[in-house]
Design a protein around this ligand. Structure first.
Ligand code: RBF
Ligand code: MG
Length: 322
């Protein structure tokens, strides 16, 4: 059976908002961002924060928002996020930071002038020593805050500013929007390269139609995903995180056209497992795309194909133990 080791890193503390005169922080090295996906570009920034905090003998802190600012400022975009809030906070907290601060992004907060934000949060609450930002960062009311403003305020308030350049993979700048585009094409391996880990969907196992086990002899866990974005319809080799265990699987995202369904579903067949999973929360990591979903002329033909998929998934996972 294939098993995958779970990385064991110290967990940072997650704070929801900060009292105006918090004594928890001093000499912080702070970054701020939406961090959807916590991809390699984000990681370059987070690593720099941790590194500088060690050099300056300070505390490494990331500020992020809930909900994502575009959900408040541009709801009509319907931006599908790569990570749920919980996934994002877990990833941030596990990235070596001492603290992750989540600020409620309300219309009032959005109206805060950039200078007031720096004074109230960076200076008063976090006693900032250094701010680390991506090269294109802007913030505050109407995005009026930029790197020049930070540097100017830093001179008056005793903090320095570090700018981190974009990360490129195979000649493309890593960004959340590029990763979304790759996932929409089903390119999960490529998306994983830019994320620095496989894309993962989380959700509860809910009752399905029971067809898989009965007609096809391939039981599947039907997952109700919390993520706003899933890879394109198709069949994928996946790692499934169940509590502390990681199990190999093969997933189908689609409408099961062989059965004249219409609803999109995410189903996973676990390769070396049988048992009840109802009500459990699983995290499905998409490692490799195997094929597109098709309508088969008979259940037997579909069952044959699924057996071939299982073999293909075992192979794909053997090369991707993580
Ligand atoms: N259903 C289809 O109609 N076409 C497919 O190509 C297809 N491929 C699948 C591949 C795998 C590995 C699995 C686990 C399921 C697949 N299904 C497909 C879904 C299948 O119809 C479904 O599991 C049963 O109908 C039970 O809901
Ligand atoms: Mg099922």
């Amino acid at each position: 059976m294939l098993v995958k080791a779970k990385p064991g890193k110290a967990q940072g503390v997650v704070y929801y908002d900060l009292p105006p005169n918090s004594s928890s922080f001093s000499r912080t090295v702070v970054t701020i961002g939406n961090f959807d996906g916590v991809h390699l570009g984000h990681r370059a920034i987070l690593n720099r924060v941790c590194h500088r905090a060690r050099e300056l003998d300070g505390q490494a802190v990331a500020i992020t928002f809930d909900p994502h600012p575009l959900k408040v400022l541009r709801p009509e975009l319907n931006l599908p996020l790569l990570t749920t809030q919980a996934q994002k906070l877990d990833l941030l907290a596990a990235s070596g930071l001492e603290a992750v601060v989540v600020l409620a992004f309300t219309p009032q907060f959005a109206a805060l002038p950039a200078r007031d934000f720096v004074t109230q949060y960076f200076c008063q609450r976090l006693r900032v020593r250094e701010v680390v930002v991506g090269h294109d960062y802007s913030f505050g009311r109407g995005r009026e805050g930029n790197i020049d403003l930070l540097k100017e305020m830093g001179r008056d308030n005793g903090f320095t500013v570090q700018v981190v350049w974009a990360v490129e993979v195979d000649g493309a700048v890593v960004s959340s929007s590029l990763i979304r585009a790759l996932l929409r094409l089903g390119k999960v391996a490529e998306a994983g390269h830019l994320l620095g880990r496989p894309f993962a969907a989380v959700g509860e196992v809910v009752p399905g139609k029971g067809r898989g086990a009965k007609l096809l002899k391939v039981p599947t866990a039907n997952i109700r995903p919390e993520n706003e974005l899933l890879p394109a319809t198709g069949i994928y080799a996946v790692w499934v995180r169940r509590g502390r265990k990681t199990l190999p699987g093969v997933a189908n995202i689609g409408t099961c056209p062989t059965f004249d369904n219409s609803e999109l579903s995410l189903e996973v067949h676990l390769l070396d497992f049988n048992g009840n999973l109802y009500g459990e929360n699983l995290e499905v990591e998409f490692v490799a795309r195997l094929r597109e979903e098709r309508r088969f002329p008979s259940f037997e033909a579909l069952a044959d194909q699924i057996r071939a998929d299982i073999t293909a998934a075992r192979q794909a996972l053997a090369y991707n133990r993580g």
